[in-house]
Write a protein that binds this ligand. Sequence first.
Ligand code: SF4
Length: 363
Amino acid sequence: MRVMTIPTTLRDPAELVAHNLAPAADLTELQAVASRYAVAVTPDLAALIDTSDPADPIARQFIPTRQELSAAPGERADPIGDEAHSPVAGIVHRYPDRVLLKLVHVCAVYCRFCFRREMVGPGKDTALSDAAYRGALDYIRGHPEIWEVILTGGDPLMLSPRRLAQVAADLAGIDHVRIIRIHTRVPVADSSRISDEMVGALKVAGATVWVALHANHARELTESARQACARLIDAGIPMVSQTVLLRGVNDNAAALADLMRAFVECRIKPYYLHHGDLAPGTAHLRTTLAEGQALMRDLRGRLSGLCQPDYVLDIPGGAGKSPVGPNYLARDDSSAGQGEARGEKRYRVVDYCGGVHLYPPRP
Ligand code: SF4
């Protein structure tokens, strides 16, 4: 295994080539990719890449490829329909009890499969203006059904601790906002940002702060990433995980099992396994839904219940997330039993080994 240390974040394909992270022959095409979709590889993540492995699962997530220049049928700039549910700048209100609040459009690293790749990165929209931020707060204040505010982006932990503390205080000052959830990749991408000051900024009176960590391979949970998460959790901030199912990164049961176990060992409850979104130029990184379901079936037999995420699909266009199985329960239409007169049927239940069992209707 050949790994490297780099002093600063790499943002230019020429730098990636110079560090043997991308092929020189592809440089022109990679420059074209980088002019459309942001590139950044932090020292923390570059140190995990095995440059002798052309299929390295960390490189596959962050090193641009020429395949990104080809959009597949069905791919779209706004795959999960944020725009259709954005009543004011910075807010996405898709479900009754929660909103997204998008404060920043930059991230520590740029994932090649990013569902908001048309919106994030330097040169795209910048942070919310003060006026837009106040408008977003007014919107939340005016909707008492909003119980949870999800800070997402871009990566909210790219904000300074001082700014984050102010945002947390502003939100916690709204009576009906009880939960502030922060989606981030920073603990794995740039663990040094999780300083005492940052942790302190996330401790706010009046609301409970949760942190959702985005990681896709167990190797991302290095010792320093684990320590960063432990600093948050030891301060009383609960954590959940989110993972994107990615071809060539984690689309096998062993890789997913290692990752889910690593989360639980770090006191992070596995939450979502996302099916890949229809972001432009990402078809080579998506699996099929059938493959995802087969992997979930495999995990069900292999792993403790603590390690089981929900496999979810964000319905293209903005209709929201749906769990996409697999399903273990079906009505048994062939049955005749005591409950039949009331229209109840037996059920067929599948166990974790694939065995089928009958469950009776209520007598
Ligand atoms: S950290 Fe999140 S928002 Fe940023 S590039 Fe990765 S997937 Fe996109």
